[in-house]
Design a protein around this ligand. Structure first.
Ligand code: ASP
Length: 341
């Protein structure tokens, strides 16, 4: 049976051309994408498109845009079997993470893709990424979608969106899913790793539009000063801090550092411990350098990515969670974003 797919074009390199005057890359409209992939006509699916106006470089992504994107999916959810979102690579992992939280009970594929080289270029990776994404979004067995979750399809790999980060600005292989297996690999055939893919729950889609951006990220580095940590903790209105720690969740044991974080926690700020490493998990208490974090009330983030931690925090704060309930939700896998070790 023919699938109906909606392509949602947000911007990014995939659809860019060079401005003849400045030499800078600027976006062009979706018709030009089709010119570059005449093969789209041969697909056994009906493809419609929705184009954001204006198109954006994904460095300009923000919560209002996420809300618009989620609304487009909600409004078109019943009409289509799957969605392909063309998005810049820079913040694709953030948007994929965020949509995974906003779209509760998602039972259809939402496949993000983009390119490192514009579609207009001979060596573009965009054509292959785009075609793979459409194939995955339309894949069904017995009328049930094969991948009913938010994913990123890039360079012959399909990854759970909220497990990814962009780790390479040069290679076509730009995304990493350091803590979760690939959902599919594209070779001569698309090989789905079905045991790692969500099964549909057949419940009604519920879209969450309230996002609270009153959060900050603090990445630790040797030499970080009290001034810096204190300034962040004292940001007016700050509700949560994502603390990017070393290795398995370790941080300095200096008294001023722990005291400042503790003051923040006492004043109601939730501190979420995620690792700077691209693979592996926070294990608070494993080393002496994380025992104290645990005892002052820092919340361990297990193997969640920073991108996913940001999205989850904005989502949960937007839903009104705070205190112990927020901690509980942060440490509970909601969309397959973390593994409790
Ligand atoms: N700056 C671009 C963006 O993220 C890069 C890309 O599309 O890959 O929108």
């Amino acid at each position: 049976m023919e699938s109906n797919i909606l392509i949602i074009y947000t911007g990014g390199t995939i659809g860019m051309i060079q401005d003849p005057n400045t030499g800078a890359l600027t976006p062009f409209n979706i018709e030009a994408l089709y010119q570059h992939i005449p093969a789209l006509q041969n697909f056994n699916c009906r493809i419609d498109s929705y184009c954001f106006e204006p198109l954006i470089d994904s460095s300009n992504m923000n919560p209002p845009f996420w809300i618009k994107l989620a609304r487009v999916i909600e409004e078109n959810y019943e009409k289509y079997d799957g969605f392909v979102i063309l998005h810049g690579t820079d913040t694709m992992a953030h948007t994929a993470s965020m949509l995974s939280f906003m779209l509760e009970n998602l039972n259809k594929p939402v496949v993000f893709t983009g390119a490192q080289l514009p579609m207009g270029m001979v060596r573009t990776d965009g054509r292959e990424n785009f075609i793979n994404a459409i194939e995955i979004a339309s894949a069904r067995i017995d009328d049930t979608p094969v991948v009913p979750e938010v994913t990123i399809c890039f360079e012959n790999q399909l990854m759970r969106g909220n497990r990814t980060n962009k780790f390479n600005a040069e290679n076509f292989n730009a995304f990493l899913s350091g803590n979760y297996p690939l959902l599919a690999q594209m070779g001569v055939h698309i090989k789905y790793n079905t045991e790692y893919i969500f099964k549909p729950n057949f419940k009604k889609l519920k879209v969450h539009f309230n996002l609270d951006p009153n959060i900050a990220i603090l990445k630790l580095f040797p030499g970080i000063t009290e001034n810096v940590v204190r300034s962040i903790i004292n940001i007016p209105g700050l509700k949560a801090l994502i603390l990017e720690t070393y290795g398995a969740g370790n941080a300095p044991t200096d008294a001023w550092f722990l005291k400042t974080l503790h003051e923040g926690i006492v004043s109601g700020i939730t501190i979420f411990n995620v690792t700077q490493c691209k693979g592996g998990s926070v294990e608070m208490g494993k080393y002496e350098t994380s025992v104290e974090l645990s005892s002052i009330g820092v919340v361990g983030g297990y193997d969640i990515t920073t991108e996913s931690a940001v999205a989850k925090m904005m989502y949960l704060l937007g839903e009104g969670y705070s205190g112990k309930e927020l901690t509980r939700m942060l440490q509970t896998p909601l969309r397959g974003e973390l593994t409790v070790s």
